[in-house]
Structures are given as structure tokens and as C-alpha cells.
Design a protein around this ligand. Structure first.
Ligand code: SAM
Length: 213
């Protein structure tokens, strides 16, 4: 078995570049963050497998490609303030922390939030704050955000999240039934104007909360 660094480099080539991820910042960040530090110890050998993995509480760390796709679609860039709803293992937050200036990540399961916080602390991701709670209504006290990623799927776009975008900000959110969802990218173009496009089908764990299921 090759080293984690070799597996990570292969993941970037075969799972990301080969499927059309082009953004250099996203590719570098994905090539730097050690995914093996965000998966349960018993699953270490699958850390760079091409799919989601269980992390406890019936939740998952997302497939690397989906993490990259969402961050690329959200146009996360240096200087950005970013919100992630559904921190899970903290992996996507760590990738974004390598690009953006500030990342807030909300997780409703306190056990997952605590371990994500611990990992991010150990990895010295000083620009990430993990918050425990229902993130389906966003984080109004810390808004506006340049990018919001929702890493769990509800049956509609959580309305408060659209209003917590800065003008020009992007919201990437899976919306649909409990099986397949459409991954939407919604850009706030003006005070009361948003444009939306569909990035294709995805399958996420449910977004549970006041503005979720
Ligand atoms: N991006 C994460 C990672 O890198 O590990 C994966 C997130 S996992 C697919 C989705 C997470 O969303 C789960 O941990 C789940 O508990 C959380 N979640 C679901 N509904 C939520 C809500 N309303 N607020 C906060 N977290 C929520």
C-alpha cells in the first residue's frame, strides 16, 4: 500500500482532475489536507477511497469529489468568509480553511462537532470555528458570507441562507427527496435577486432542522 501522501496525490489526479475539477486552489487544498486524520481509525485504509465513509451518528464524511465540486462551485477564494452547514468530520471545513480567510462550520451532533473541533485544533486550522446547533437557519450573527455550503439535503432551499449571502455570494445546497437530490448553486446578484443553476444529482444525508426536513 502506498503512503497517504501518494494516495492523496492519486486521489487528486484520478478522482478530481479526471472528473473536471479545474480550480487550482481547490486542487492544491485537496492535495494538502490529510483526509486520513478525518476518518475513523478502523477505516484508515479507505481514507482515499472514491466515496463517502461513516463517521458515527449515522453520518458520513463526503466523497472527495463532491467536496471539491461544492467548493469549486461556491467559488471559495482568498479573503472569503465561509459558512458550512453540516461540519461532520470537519474535513470540508479544513479544505476551505486553506483557501478562505474565515470558516464557520455548524454541526447538530455534539459528538461529531467536538471531534471535528479537536481535529481542526490539532491540525492548527486557526481560522475555523465549529459551532454546535441547527445550521439550517444559518448563522445570522456572523452574516454576510461570501460562500455558504450545505453538506446535507433538505426538500427546499433554506430561505434564511439566501439572505445571509453577501451581494455576489454563492450558496451551494442539495435539494430534493431523501434519495437523490439536485445540487444547486445560487448566486445573490442584488439585494433581492438570486440566480440559480443545477450542478447535477447528488445523494446527501438529510438536513434536519427548522429549515430542513
Ligand atoms: N462535509 C462534511 C465532512 O467533510 O465530513 C460531511 C458532512 S455530512 C455529509 C452532513 C452533516 O450534516 C452530518 O454530520 C449531519 O449531522 C449534519 N447536519 C444535518 N442537518 C444539520 C443541521 N440542520 N445543522 C447542522 N448540521 C446538520
Amino acid at each position: 500500500m502506498s503512503s497517504f501522501a501518494q494516495q492523496r496525490a492519486a486521489m487528486v489526479e484520478r478522482q478530481l482532475k479526471a472528473r473536471g475539477i479545474r480550480n487550482d486552489r481547490v486542487l492544491s487544498a485537496m492535495g494538502e489536507v490529510p483526509r486520513e486524520q478525518f476518518v475513523p481509525e478502523r477505516l484508515l485504509e479507505f481514507a482515499y477511497s472514491d466515496g463517502p465513509l461513516p463517521i458515527g451518528e449515522d453520518q458520513t464524511i463526503s466523497q472527495p469529489y463532491v467536496v471539491a465540486l461544492m467548493i469549486e462551485a461556491a467559488g471559495v477564494a482568498p479573503g472569503d468568509r465561509v459558512l458550512e452547514v453540516g461540519a461532520g468530520s470537519g474535513y470540508a471545513a479544513a479544505v476551505m480553511a486553506r483557501i478562505a480567510s474565515r470558516v464557520f462550520a455548524i454541526e447538530r451532533h455534539d459528538t461529531l462537532a467536538e471531534s471535528a473541533r479537536q481535529r481542526l485544533l490539532e491540525g492548527e486550522y486557526r481560522n475555523v470555528t465549529v459551532i454546535i446547533g441547527d445550521g439550517s437557519g444559518g448563522l445570522p450573527d456572523r452574516a454576510p458570507f461570501d460562500a455558504i455550503l450545505v453538506s446535507a439535503g433538505g426538500d427546499k432551499v433554506p430561505e434564511p441562507l439566501k439572505w445571509q449571502l453577501a451581494i455576489g455570494g454563492r450558496l451551494v445546497v442539495p435539494v430534493g427527496g431523501t434519495g437523490l437530490q439536485s445540487l444547486l448553486c445560487i448566486r445573490r446578484t442584488d439585494e433581492e435577486e438570486w440566480i440559480e443553476h443545477d450542478l447535477g444529482n447528488v445523494r446527501f444525508v438529510p438536513l434536519i432542522g427548522a429549515h430542513g426536513r
